[in-house]
Design a binder for this molecule. Structure first.
Ligand code: PD2
Ligand code: ZN
Length: 287
């Protein structure tokens, strides 16, 4: 192992602050460097101190940029109590709020549509995977203890009908949607709070985004209510949505950033089973 030389000098926060103050007073780098040497600093340590001060100044002048703001799906102006034309049926607005834009719909799915989606999904359920943002692949995730499956877009008549309803209500092309995902939460299962967008800072994200760009909105439809627990929670805005059969919650995120306030999770199911179908919407066509 390399030994620290006995005469090693530590670049302290005080010396960095002194260099920054001298720079602010208009003193040149050469003059500051010479003053450090005159004060007994070794060349290497003085150079390191100058470099660190410059780095700090540049990070301050150029803060890390935010991900871009993109267009998102939205529901035509409608406050709680409104009834909306979803193409093949009328859907009611039970709750609406801004920042994030969040809408709870009633009468989104009929009981027979819920049953049909569960019946078609049941034989295909397996322990839920989530996209591994480190690699762009899929992984088992301890934060998500449900079982799940994906339909392909338009896979059967009910899926097709529900997707057309979503597209009409949210003014967003069917082609920009991922395949419908069905999740079954047994007693004790939960989905810990997370964001649905892909973290731009993660190395696997660029490869995920090649297929349709970012996720920009989520619609969670409740197919079967548990006897207890299983609410969808939004910790940043202190909201909860009850998992009532046929209802759905929509929220959008124009920026892939925590400032979207879209942190959300599925509380543990404490009695019975909870079933949902989720539609994630992308910026562009998802193939
Ligand atoms: O089941 C839920 O409440 C839930 C919570 C958080 C679903 C999702 N996220 C999702 O499907 O993204
Ligand atoms: Zn989610």
């Amino acid at each position: 192992m390399k030994q620290k030389p006995d005469n090693f000098q530590t670049v302290t926060p005080e010396v960095l602050a002194w260099i920054a103050a001298e720079t602010a007073l208009g003193r040149s780098n050469d003059a500051i460097f010479k003053a450090l040497l005159d004060a007994g600093w070794q060349h290497a340590a003085a150079r390191q101190a100058m470099r660190l001060t410059a780095q700090e100044a540049s990070a301050f002048a150029n803060p890390p940029s935010l991900p871009p703001l993109v267009a998102v799906p939205s529901v035509a102006v409608a406050d709680a109590g409104a009834t909306l034309d979803a193409g093949d049926k009328w859907v009611t607005v039970l709750q609406r709020q801004q920042d994030p834009d969040l809408v709870v719909f009633g009468n989104f799915l009929s009981a027979s549509e819920c049953e049909a989606l569960m019946d078609a999904a049941r034989p295909r359920l397996s322990r839920s995977l989530t996209v591994d943002i480190k690699t762009g692949g899929e992984e088992l995730n301890g934060d998500r203890t449900s079982q799940g499956m994906f339909f392909t877009r338009g896979e059967n008549a009910v899926v097709h009908r529900v997707e057309a309803r979503i597209a009409k209500l949210l003014n967003w092309p069917v082609q920009n949607g991922e395949g419908l995902q069905v999740l079954r939460y047994a007693q004790g299962a939960e989905y810990k709070p997370h964001y649905d967008y892909f973290d731009p800072a993660e190395p696997g994200t660029p490869s995920i985004l090649q297929r349709g760009g970012q996720r920009v909105a989520t619609l969670i439809m409740y197919l079967h209510a548990p006897e207890q627990g299983g609410a969808t929670v939004f910790p940043d805005i202190e909201r909860q949505v009850a998992p009532q059969r046929g209802n759905a919650v929509f929220f959008s995120y124009a920026r892939a950033h925590p400032g979207s306030h879209t942190l959300h999770g599925g509380e543990p199911v404490t009695a019975g089973e909870k079933w949902i179908a989720t539609k994630w919407l992308r910026e562009r066509e998802f193939r």
